[in-house]
Every structure is written in C-alpha cells, then in structure tokens.
Design a protein around this ligand. Structure first.
Ligand SMILES: [Mg+2]
Length: 339
C-alpha cells in the first residue's frame, strides 16, 4: 500500500518498553468513588455486592491475561502482578496499562446488574491505571504487604467511623473522635461502645481479596480407567452436576473454571485408547491365549512419565481468597509468583 504523505506522523509514536526481567504491577483505582458510592447507595463501611463486583472484574482480567498471575484488591482499587518474564504486548507500558484497566472497567459495568440488581447504574464509572516495576521479589512482597496493611488501616478506621455515625454522631464529630487514636484505641472503642470484635468481621473486609490460580485437579492418564463420575456421556451432560445451569453470579464463575476442567479431562480421556471391540481387545493383548474367564484387564502401554512441569500460575482455577499475604505462608505455598 502506498504511503500517504501523512504517514510521517507515525514517527512521533515513541516506544515505551518496560525493563526486561522486572516484575510488573498494574494498579487500577476508582476515580471519584466517594461520589460514586454515594450515588449508588453503597452500604458503609463495606458493601459486599460492590466488592464482589470488583473481584469479578479482576477475575475477568486474569481470565483474559494469563500472564497476570496474581491480583489483590480492596475498596475501589486492584493491583495486578504480571509474571517477571512476561512478553505481553512486548512489555509496552501503555498497551499493558490501558488494556488491563479497560477490560476491568468494562467487566465492572457489564456485570453491574448481576451484583447490584436493584441499583441502576447512574453514570459511567472510570478507573485510572499505573504501572510500577519492581526489581526483585522483596519489593513485590513489600508492595502487596503495603496494600494489605492499607486495607487493614482503612477498614479499621472506616468501621469505627461509620459505627459512630450510625450511632448518631455527625461525620465531623466522628472524625474528631478518631483523631490521634491508634489501632488499639479503635479496637477498644469498637468493643466497648459497639460490642464489635474487629477480628470477627469478615476476612474480606480485613484482608482484602487476593486472586490467584491453583492447579486444576490432576487429570493423570496413568489410571486404567477414568473414574465413573468422569465418564462423558451424550445423555448425561445435561444433568451433570459439573455443568449445571448457573443461577447465581458465584455459580457462573465456578462454571467457567469447571468447564475448563471438563475440557481438560475430555482431552485426557481422548488420549486413553479404549478398545472398541472384542477382537481389538484381543489383538491388543499379545501373548494372551485365552479369551475365557474373567473380564479382560486393559493393559496400557507403559509410557515413560513426562517430568511434570512445575506449575507456573498461568493456567489453573482462579480463586479468590481473603488471607494474610504479609507473612511468608501465602508466598511459600505459591513459589511461582515470585519466579
Ligand atoms: Mg479511588
């Protein structure tokens, strides 16, 4: 195609690659969500429906971008960790930042009515996005520790603040009452005045939401025959408990991953050659003299087991957990996150 004389403007588009071998974190943050949450009657201090919607949008991002191996969210923000050696969009900063926040936002809007069915969306919410690079595992861990500590600090403050407001104080009075208090004071105030034990509040509010993948249940072909429950049948698929019609948002999420599991299992089962006829069965049994007697045992060719590839966190079942990610346990259980 002939170049137009305007083509030269393209040279103004400068590359913006992110440094190789570094961890990429994309953090998206709701714009003007104080106003947005008021306009949509979010319950205070936490609105479970709105938080579930945030989690759903994060899952949509991870479903689409396999190199996003972890996400952490609280309030109106979410952070996405990409694997260190990702080649996504040739590591172009603006492509990565814009694609993730765009998909997140559209998923937020797309799923709105499922999570807040009685709350019409009054205007278009938006999120900003930034990319931060971290040189080593230490900074990545500290980054997520920082966000989770922030979750705790904000949630404790908001819990007391809204308890005071709901008990009749004005927001100004509540703010004033909390000035100069430390977390011990706030816990004490919650307990003595409102009979609330902070530690008993839902973990989602105290710890935020962490989205990670876990390996699909083993689909090893080494067993002689698949378990009965795994046998596909043209008639049973409608009734299979694994593919039941989703009725709630949470079910739909489960079904997505379950469908993948089923697909993986079907693939595996195709690999298991089941003789279709007696003669075929016989011919597969060299040295077999007799056809009489007990049910023939299918002999499988002994395959040298492939060395299992270590789990990389890029495929697997997406799960949301509300756990401590500051201490070692979370990371020790998922070494792939920091590799
Ligand atoms: Mg915000």
């Amino acid at each position: 195609m002939a170049k137009s004389r305007f083509e030269y403007v393209r040279s103004y588009e400068l590359p913006d690659p992110l440094m190789p071998g570094t961890f990429i974190v994309v953090r998206i943050d709701g714009r003007g969500f104080h106003k947005f949450s008021d306009a949509h009657s979010f319950s205070k201090p936490n609105d479970r429906r709105a938080l579930d919607l945030m989690d759903m949008a994060a899952k949509t991002v991870m479903d689409e971008y396999k190199d996003v191996i972890m996400a952490f969210g609280e309030s109106d923000e979410y952070s996405f960790l990409l694997k260190k050696n990702t080649k996504l969009y040739n590591r172009r900063r603006s492509k990565i930042a814009s694609s993730i926040v765009s998909l997140f936002t559209s998923a937020y809007v797309f799923n709105w009515s499922r999570y807040l069915p009685n709350e019409p969306l009054r205007y278009s919410p938006s999120f900003d996005s930034r990319v931060v690079l971290y040189p080593s595992a230490k900074e990545v861990r500290d980054y997520f520790a920082w966000r989770q500590a922030d979750t705790h600090i904000n949630n404790l403050y908001n819990t007391v603040f809204w308890a005071l407001v709901q008990s009749g104080q004005s927001t100004a009075e509540a703010n004033k009452a909390l000035q100069g208090t430390d977390s011990k004071d706030k816990n004490e105030l919650l307990f003595s005045k409102f009979d609330i034990n902070y530690n008993n509040l839902p973990a989602m509010y105290r710890k935020g939401s962490t989205c990670v993948r876990k390996p699909y249940p083993s689909t090893s072909t080494s067993s002689i025959a698949p378990e009965p429950s795994n046998i596909p049948s043209s008639t049973s698929s409608h009734n299979s408990p694994l593919v039941e019609t989703p009725t709630r948002a949470a079910d739909i999420e489960v079904t997505n991953s379950t469908t993948n599991t089923i697909a993986a299992k079907l693939e595996d089962m195709k690999a298991i050659k089941v003789p279709s006829s007696e003669s075929e069965l016989q011919s597969e049994r060299p040295g077999s003299e007799s056809r009489s007697g007990s049910v023939p045992i299918q002999e499988q060719k002994v395959k040298t087991p492939k060395k299992a590839k270590p789990f990389e966190g890029i495929d697997g079942e997406l799960t949301i957990i509300h756990e401590d990610i500051i201490k070692d346990t979370f990371w020790d259980e998922r070494p792939w996150l920091l590799e």
